[in-house]
Design a protein. Structure first.
Length: 443
């Protein structure tokens, strides 16, 4: 019976004898429903024009759908063998493919509501463009795996909880913390130096992976006895002209993912939109782009498969705009209500798109979504790989076993559940409070 995912001991090094197989926009992945392209969206930040191009690409080359990933990127599916050059040309013209040699390593997540609300927190969105520019300009960084992850957090602790390899956490008074992996310590730097410090931390990881002979893809794969030394990173930062102060123990903050909001408009014109199971058809996407065109700041794809739309522009009729925006979104079948049953329900591709899947997990999720709502997130997986499962917080794990599912909560032993009992068993699991107190242990 499948077991819930666990963290391997760092005393047992993971030896990589090949590069990772993560798809990109140029290196397409062959799936059962055609080729798949994964377009990196650093920080999840899209202009309205770029979003329009992605919708065009989905219609012209793919199956007419756009999928959000757990790293705030976008996937196009059902692509044909002949689409490669045309897709690359379209994405390059839109600024979505700036450097072909680095397109798979631009894995940057950022606090999606940073700068949206006047809450006194630093705005880390400028860090995104600077880190992306530095990353693309570094020949060394091209050796990073497609799974290496940068997190730029505005201090609330949302993306810092996603098991990033390098975290830059904003502090008050123009300061920031830089952390490698999940260690307790960090280095404090000036906020203006945070993007460059994050890149230098990644380059230090690459040197360590080479010197240990592991060719590790991620920081957590390095064995503890040959792992990274914050003092060495500090020396590298100082040598690069960055004043870095060691901080021995940091109490890392934690914030839950943003829930969908905007139904009834309330007093805010910002919206957080959830497409059921993280998937838009191009008609829904066009509505989203239309609504975003009336706002300030384009679209922000989140690592929780939602989209944040900043407030309406100052020139819009404030007394009417929020209601119209919300009405358009809801009429398209998209979710902006925090209590909607689709809240925190995710799934892998499943059948028929994935040959490894043992079930059509999306169809099974739709069949029971109304009767299985609960507090905890749930992820449906067609096999033991659990592609796209949540990170950080507690979640309910459903893994297809053929004619049934294995269900587990918070690392408990999984129990078999037949399809006829799925709704009731899933609701009970999602309402479970067991383990809530240790939701921040992985920070």
């Amino acid at each position: 019976m499948p077991q819930p995912p666990s963290v391997a001991s760092r005393d047992e090094p993971v030896i990589r004898d090949r590069g990772d197989a993560c798809p990109g926009a140029l290196r397409l992945h062959a799936a059962d429903d055609g080729l798949l392209a994964r377009v990196r969206i650093p920080g999840g930040l899209l202009t309205v024009e770029q979003a329009s191009v992605l919708g065009l690409a989905a219609d012209r080359f793919g199956d007419g759908h756009l999928e959000l990933t757990s790293r705030g990127n976008i996937q196009l599916r059902g692509l044909t063998q002949a689409c490669g050059a045309g897709l690359a040309e379209l994405l390059t013209a839109a600024g979505l493919l700036p450097v072909p040699t680095h397109e798979r390593v631009r894995n940057i997540v950022a606090t999606p509501v940073s700068g949206v609300f006047d809450d006194g927190r630093p705005d880390v969105t400028p860090w995104v463009g600077e880190l992306d520019r530095l990353l693309c300009a570094s020949a060394r960084a091209a050796a990073l795996s497609g799974r290496f992850l940068f997190a730029l957090d505005d201090g609330r602790g949302d993306v810092a909880a996603l098991d990033p390899d390098v975290t830059a956490l904003a502090l008050p008074a123009g300061r920031a913390l830089i952390r490698l992996g999940a260690g307790d310590g960090a280095l404090e730097v000036a906020a203006a130096d945070a993007p460059r410090a994050a890149l230098l931390a990644a380059e230090y990881f690459l040197d360590a992976a080479d010197s240990t002979g592991t060719r590790a893809w991620r920081v957590a794969e390095l064995p503890a006895r040959q792992g990274l030394d914050e003092r060495e990173l500090g020396r590298r930062l100082v040598a690069a002209g960055i004043d870095a102060v060691p901080v021995a123990e940091v109490r890392w903050p934690y914030a839950p993912p943003p829930r969908p909001w905007g139904s009834g408009a309330g007093g805010s014109t910002a919206l957080c939109v959830l497409p059921p199971l993280g998937r838009f058809d191009t008609a829904q996407w066009e509505v989203l782009v239309q609504v975003a065109s009336h706002g300030d700041g384009g679209l922000r794809i989140t690592p929780w498969r939602t989209v944040v739309l900043p407030p309406a522009s100052a020139g819009e009729p404030v007394d009417r705009e929020p209601v119209e925006r919300a009405a358009l979104i809801e009429a398209a079948g998209l979710v902006i209500g925090a209590d909607d049953p689709w809240q925190s329900v995710t799934a892998c591709t499943g059948r028929p798109g994935c040959a490894k899947s043992l079930a059509d997990v999306r169809a099974d999720a739709r069949a029971v979504v109304t009767g299985s709502a609960g507090a905890l997130p749930v992820h449906w997986s067609g096999c033991e790989r659990r592609c796209g499962h949540p990170r950080g917080a507690a979640w309910v794990d459903l893994v297809a076993t053929g004619d049934a599912y294995a269900l587990s909560v918070h690392g408990r032993d999984p129990v078999p559940v037949g399809r006829d009992a799925l709704a009731a068993a899933l609701k009970a699991a999602r309402d479970s409070s067991h383990g809530d107190g240790d939701r921040g242990k992985r920070q």
